[in-house]
Design a protein around this ligand. Structure first.
Ligand SMILES: *[C@@H]1O[C@H](CO)[C@@H](O)[C@H](O)[C@H]1NC(C)=O
Ligand SMILES: *[C@@H]1O[C@H](CO)[C@@H](O)[C@H](O)[C@H]1NC(C)=O
Ligand SMILES: *[C@@H]1O[C@H](CO)[C@@H](O)[C@H](O)[C@H]1NC(C)=O
Ligand SMILES: *[C@@H]1O[C@H](CO)[C@@H](O)[C@H](O)[C@H]1NC(C)=O
Ligand SMILES: *[C@@H]1O[C@H](CO)[C@@H](O)[C@H](O)[C@H]1NC(C)=O
Ligand SMILES: *[C@@H]1O[C@H](CO)[C@@H](O)[C@H](O)[C@H]1NC(C)=O
Ligand SMILES: *[C@@H]1O[C@H](CO)[C@@H](O)[C@H](O)[C@H]1NC(C)=O
Ligand SMILES: *[C@@H]1O[C@H](CO)[C@@H](O)[C@H](O)[C@H]1NC(C)=O
Ligand SMILES: *[C@@H]1O[C@H](CO)[C@@H](O)[C@H](O)[C@H]1NC(C)=O
Ligand SMILES: *[C@@H]1O[C@H](CO)[C@@H](O)[C@H](O)[C@H]1NC(C)=O
Ligand SMILES: *[C@@H]1O[C@H](CO)[C@@H](O)[C@H](O)[C@H]1NC(C)=O
Ligand SMILES: *[C@@H]1O[C@H](CO)[C@@H](O)[C@H](O)[C@H]1NC(C)=O
Length: 820
């Protein structure tokens, strides 16, 4: 989604690469230039052709809804059909016009992944990265469900979430925090649970951004400001990836989304193997609608449609937000009442002159209306909250071409008691990385010193769209943010808690420059603080990649300054994701918490952890390396040539992203994927592994495809169980993680170990529980590019369960194919 940013960027179409305004820049900046192989460049457009576009069948439980959708389509004129698939400016971020004569109310589509953004009186939830760091399936569902209720209360039929693209190929990518984890398995669980939660609340979810959307830089083409809408100076970045990498990494979580019967997919801005995401027939007709059996519709990202009939035939079903793609030209006047569009009136023309089969247009609408009926949106769905119209800066009232029948109560408060959930979710997404000298939990300190520009109130208002120096960060920027109705800052929550403990003083300094440049002994009162809490932040946003993996605003120097004088320094980061922490081994840094983007209850979530009301149980959904230069697969941030198609990103690392890379090359890291401390300790024992079927075959039985693909891939074939004990002083949540190493017969490039199961279990002191993991066929397989099947390799698998990817508590070798 572009939304606000596209408006900001309008008229500056040539500013294509990085926006350098705001933010501090670390030393590991910005000089990657991808090698240009001119032979390959001339081969742009090398994605295979997969036609025709498969019709929806309703398979997997939507048969009845599909029938209703067919009956609906049968009543439409060609002109009505064309506008059923074409967005219009209106009260929502995306709008499909009503057809009053058929009682069809239209469709309201709204951002985004942590809140209904264009809304008043709505909650700001924790970000995807926090949900990922919770490793808690029930939490992911609960969060999706609560968000779904808020979208529905505001009359939004479609919530433009959740995100599995970017997956997190590079920690620099600007939107990783909207998604959950740099691992397809964890991201897949997040997709499934969020979708089920959202759709159980009666709201359509949208799996985005499909696919290969792994960087922001050059995500859109640069148009010639002097030319027409279609004169392109440079095309969008092309993510070039091989078939195996596609299946085992990037497609994997989207398969979970299809399996959860997500209503819609959003095709990405990015090109894939040279062909735009919304007109790539291999990705849409092939992988999504054939292999994964997806039964819903594919909408474009905002402005990602660059063609009409060709995209429709490649599998795109809806153009959003409507109008032509170029930023700033989207809503120019053409036919009164309708916008000029690659879809819209052009579909009517194409059907009438025979260049587009009307049956394909029918299928587009059947795909759009089937989830509408399946989720019961034809019955008593709330009207669009009229306040949406005033808040929508993306398509303000002045741009509307048609009347929107806005009825019903305005400014509905949809927050309910969600603050309680958000407080809990924020704490659950907080990862304790270091805790020495019994620093945490705090024991009612009476003299507290607080440092850092992330501690207190933001000074730039409540819809953060530009990185700001002063104020805590509860969410990132762009279409994935939310409109805060209030924020509990860390400073406020700490002051309240200190007051209830009859503390004597809470001293604070919020100016990073001042703290970094000053001997803090000269700032503190003579009576030494018992604890110094440093609050730092790291901004990330849509439309720009991060320039540094260090904390922002000279935060490293802030820690150095405080820790040089305070022997109990606790550092808390509010961050989009990966931060290298060069001061982590400092003897005076006694505790580190990665608090991610916790949402509106930020301070409460943090205080709950700091004071031990909540025992930390978050685990990293990515790897923290020793050094920023240790990471591979950086975004492409510049090119040396000027050819239209020259922006390329070669996914040459293949499966080796994040821990898969560090493990394959035996590189030491600071905190590995899956790492996270607790105030108690856990022990793992009695690992057992048993097949659930006799004679497991290497290849799956060929069954009829349902959403998610061949159902045989989702059958549990192996059961693993392990005993987990709480051996420490307090009750808490353990997160046993199952990592699988494939046998040596798997093809070259197979990662040493991959996450294939996790659970979150509550354990009282001294309690032991047995935890079971069901491994599905897909979990034990690699994608065989020759047979084009998921295949279980022969030989010994290594099954390990532990508390992180590098702390495997118990391990066992098993043979799956006939070896038991
Ligand atoms: C790109 O150009 C820069 C500056 O001329 C040069 O240093 C660099 O080697 C070039 N990179 C490639 C991949 O050609
Ligand atoms: C460029 O790509 C071509 C085609 O894939 C390949 O044969 C050639 O070796 C590549 N050249 C370089 C310098 O990588
Ligand atoms: C992209 O190209 C690679 C290499 O030719 C191929 O393996 C893969 O299947 C292609 N994927 C798509 C979606 O075009
Ligand atoms: C889709 O269904 C229509 C009939 O509505 C049929 O004409 C068309 O061939 C079908 N397309 C595919 C790809 O099966
Ligand atoms: C406007 O909305 C109201 C309430 O949903 C409905 O009763 C009415 O028929 C609608 N009018 C038109 C013209 O769609
Ligand atoms: C657009 O036209 C203006 C005025 O003629 C000129 O200065 C500018 O360089 C042109 N821009 C491009 C990208 O051609
Ligand atoms: C059809 O698409 C073209 C761009 O290819 C655009 O210029 C034209 O305005 C569109 N027509 C309608 C009726 O939307
Ligand atoms: C922050 O501190 C620096 C250094 O003392 C000072 O120059 C700057 O004006 C301060 N900023 C604010 C907003 O007070
Ligand atoms: C740790 O803090 C003490 C003050 O309590 C200070 O004297 C010492 O130099 C600090 N250590 C380091 C390595 O900065
Ligand atoms: C930390 O500093 C305080 C006061 O400055 C002192 O009382 C305490 O002993 C120090 N602790 C350690 C472990 O050095
Ligand atoms: C990080 O990498 C840079 C560049 O390779 C190097 O100069 C620096 O010493 C490294 N730092 C650490 C802590 O390894
Ligand atoms: C846990 O077990 C230890 C060792 O047997 C025992 O000393 C302790 O009292 C037990 N704690 C609880 C809360 O049961």
């Amino acid at each position: 989604m572009a939304t606000l940013l596209s408006v900001l960027l309008a008229g500056s179409a040539l500013v294509s690469a990085q926006d350098f305004s705001g933010g501090s820049r670390g030393e590991d900046a910005f000089s990657w230039v991808q090698p240009v192989n001119t032979t390959i460049l001339t081969e742009h457009g090398s994605s295979p052709a997969v036609y025709p576009s498969p019709n929806a069948t309703g398979a997997g439980g939507w048969e009845e809804a599909l029938q209703k959708a067919k009956e609906f389509v049968a009543q439409l004129t060609v002109d009505e059909k064309s506008y059923m698939v074409s967005g219009q400016p209106g009260p929502c971020v995306g709008n499909i016009a009503a057809i009053p004569r058929l009682g069809f109310p239209g469709l309201c589509l709204h951002d985004g992944p942590l809140a209904i953004r264009v809304a008043d009186y709505a909650s700001v939830f924790s970000a995807g990265v926090s949900a990922g760091a919770s490793w808690d399936k029930a939490l992911m569902y609960e969060r999706g469900h609560a968000m779904g209720q808020e979208f529905k209360g505001k009359g939004a039929h479609v919530a433009l979430q959740p995100v599995a693209g970017p997956l997190g190929r590079s920690g620099y990518a600007g939107r990783n925090w909207e998604g959950s984890a740099a691992d397809p398995y964890l991201a897949g669980v997040f997709m499934r649970e969020t979708i089920l939660g959202t759709q159980d609340a009666g709201v359509q979810a949208c799996a985005k951004h499909y696919i290969g959307n792994e960087q922001e830089t050059q995500r859109n083409p640069v148009f010639d400001p002097n030319g027409t809408d279609t004169d392109v100076i440079s095309a969008a970045i092309s993510s070039n990836l091989d078939d195996r990498t596609m299946h085992e990494l990037y497609l994997w979580p989207f398969a979970d989304a299809a399996r959860a019967k997500v209503a819609s997919f959003m095709c990405s801005y990015t090109r894939i193997n040279g062909s735009y995401g919304c007109q790539n027939s291999a990705a849409l007709n092939g992988l999504l609608k054939t292999e994964l059996g997806f039964q819903g519709y594919v909408m474009s990202d905002w402005g990602a449609t660059h063609t009409g009939v060709a995209g429709i035939e490649a599998g795109q079903d809806m153009d959003m937000p409507g109008g032509l793609g170029a930023y700033g030209t989207a809503f120019a006047e053409d036919v009164p009442g309708r916008m000029p569009s690659f879809f819209g009136g052009n579909i009517t023309l194409a059907v009438n002159n025979g260049s587009l089969a009307e049956t394909r247009v029918d299928d587009m609408i059947i795909r759009i209306m089937t989830p509408f009926y399946a989720l019961g949106q034809d019955k008593d769905f709330p009207t669009v909250d009229p306040s949406s119209a005033e808040l929508n800066t993306f398509s303000p009232v002045s741009t509307w071409k048609i009347d929107w029948n806005l009825t019903g109560e305005a400014s509905r408060d949809v927050r309910g008691d969600h603050a309680k959930l958000i407080r809990k979710h924020g704490a659950a997404g907080t990862v304790l990385l270091k805790n020495v000298n019994n620093a945490l939990p705090l024991k009612a300190p009476k003299n507290i010193a607080i440092f850092g520009n992330d501690a207190a109130e933001p000074t730039q208002g409540q819809l953060n769209q530009v990185n700001y120096e002063y104020g805590t960060l509860a969410a990132g920027g762009g279409s994935g943010t939310g409109q805060l109705t209030y924020i509990v800052t860390p400073l406020r929550a700490l002051q309240d808690r200190a007051a209830s403990d009859n503390a004597k003083i809470v001293q604070y300094w919020l100016n990073n420059t001042l703290i970094a440049d000053t001997d803090i002994d000269t700032l503190l009162i003579p009576d030494r603080p018992e604890v110094c809490i440093v609050l730092l932040k790291t901004w990330a946003e849509e439309a720009a990649d991060r320039a540094s993996l260090h904390v922002d605003w000279n935060g490293d120097a802030v820690v150095d300054s405080v820790a040089s004088k305070c022997n109990n320094t606790i550092v808390v980061t509010h961050s989009s994701g990966i931060n290298v922490l060069p001061w982590a081994d400092h003897q005076n840094v006694t505790a580190i918490l990665a608090a991610h983007y916790p949402g509106e209850e930020s301070g409460h979530s943090l205080v709950d952890i700091l004071y031990g009301d909540v025992n930390p149980s978050g685990h990293l959904p990515y790897t923290i390396a020793l050094n920023a230069t240790d990471y591979n697969a950086p975004p492409t941030t510049a090119i040396n040539t000027t050819g239209v198609y020259d922006w390329q990103s070669w996914f040459d690392e293949k499966l080796e992203i994040d821990y898969r890379y560090f493990d394959a090359h035996n590189i030491s890291v600071r905190y590995e994927f899956g790492f996270g401390l607790s105030y108690t300790c856990f022990a793992f024992s009695s690992l057992a592994a048993e097949p659930l079927a006799e004679n497991i075959s290497a290849l799956p039985e060929k069954l009829d495809v349902v959403p998610g693909g061949n159902p045989a891939l989702w059958e549990a074939v192996y059961n693993v169980s392990v005993s987990v004990s709480n051996t420490g002083p307090v009750a808490g949540h353990a997160v046993p993680q199952l990592y699988l190493g494939l046998p040596g017969s798997a093809p070259e490039g197979t990662p040493p170990r991959q996450l294939r199961g996790f659970e979150k279990v509550w354990l009282e002191v001294n309690q032991t529980r047995t935890v079971c993991f069901e491994l599905m066929r897909r979990d034990l397989s690699f994608w065989d590019v020759v047979s084009q099947e998921w295949k279980i390799p022969e030989g010994e698998f290594t099954v390990g369960v532990g508390e992180s990817s590098r702390k495997i508590g118990v391990e066992k070798m098993v043979e799956v194919l006939g070896g038991y």
